[in-house]
Design a protein around this ligand. Structure first.
Ligand code: GUN
Length: 294
């Protein structure tokens, strides 16, 4: 029997409707409209599409957004100065620096310059540290989207073996931290495998849930999973013919899995929904008397 499709588009729409209601309440009760500043450097076509989609989602839920699009040869110091201005701007609640940045820019320094309370991607050391400590402030958007997609399809990860393929700072690592938390929607047994793992397929075959986030088209094949496993595909790879495909060999794996995310229409829209969710959370935090109080 072919796998059930985990519809990220529909789930993201439901989350965005919840966020829109939260935004309307914040505007009505506090007179504060959440604002997101997006920073895009250079002309990576994929990044341009992602930022456009993120801003479109902001507009749909009533979040104000600004785009700061800088040329590829922008100096790190110029970018740092922009981040400082956005940190100080009271109408900006969230700052999104679209990654990757051009190679000459010190990405780490830029990510770390974002005020932690405005770091709605959750990439900076303070927010990652809070997550590791079990007191998350903003959950990174893609891992949070994966967790919500499973939860809202009634897929229980508590006690399950989740194998995450990929250890990136944006997906694999924070997702592992999230799913192993002692918390609802978590409590999983987590294994992280990566490019240096020995016998990788033997490990993925032991999983109840496999999440693939490595950026390699069609990497996960049908013989690498257990029949009935749930498969979440975080990859978005553009083929030479312009088609978007994931990190999973979708046609093969769907014959063996019990549930699978499509690409596009799976995790991608969930990332965007969680970004608007975090921007609303930042606006709520920042309009408290002491935004850093926990
Ligand atoms: N690049 C790939 N994914 C992301 C993301 O979630 N946020 C940002 N800022 N950049 C990314």
């Amino acid at each position: 029997m072919a796998a059930v499709l985990l519809d990220g588009k529909k789930t993201a729409q439901a989350i965005q409707a919840e966020v829109a209601a939260g935004v309307a309440a914040l505007v009505g009760e506090r007179g504060v409209r959440p604002g997101l500043a997006a920073v895009l450097v250079g002309d990576n076509p994929a990044s341009e599409v992602y930022v456009r989609n993120k801003r479109k989602a902001c507009e749909q839920v009533g979040i104000r957004s600004w785009l700061h699009h800088l040329p590829a040869d922008t100096a790190s110091s110029t970018l740092l100065e922009l981040i400082r201005q956005l940190n100080a701007d009271p109408s900006v609640h969230g700052i999104l620096v679209q990654l990757p940045l051009p190679p000459k820019i010190d990405e780490r320094a830029i990510v770390q310059a974002v005020a932690p309370v405005k770091d709605i991607d959750g990439f900076g050391p303070e927010n990652l540290g809070l997550l590791a400590a079990g007191q998350p402030r903003y959950l990174p958007c893609t891992p949070h989207g994966v967790q919500q997609l499973l939860l809202r399809h009634g897929i229980e990860v508590e006690g399950a073996h989740v194998v995450i393929v990929g250890r990136s700072l944006i997906v694999g690592r924070p997702l592992a931290l999230m799913l192993m938390q002692k918390a609802a929607g978590a409590n999983a047994t987590v294994t992280v495998v990566h490019s240096r793992s020995r016998d990788l397929a033997e490990l993925t075959r032991r999983a109840d849930v496999v999440v693939v986030a490595i950026g390699q088209a069609g990497f996960l094949k049908a013989d690498m999973i257990r029949p009935g496993a749930v498969v979440v595909d975080v990859g978005i790879n553009r083929q030479a013919d312009g088609r978007l495909v994931g990190d999973v060999d979708f046609e093969g794996v769907r014959q063996v899995a019990s549930a699978i995310t499509p690409v596009p229409g799976g995790v991608g829209p969930m990332t965007i929904a969680m970004l608007v969710h975090n921007t609303l959370a930042a606006a709520r935090l920042l309009c408290r008397a002491d935004p850093l109080a926990r």
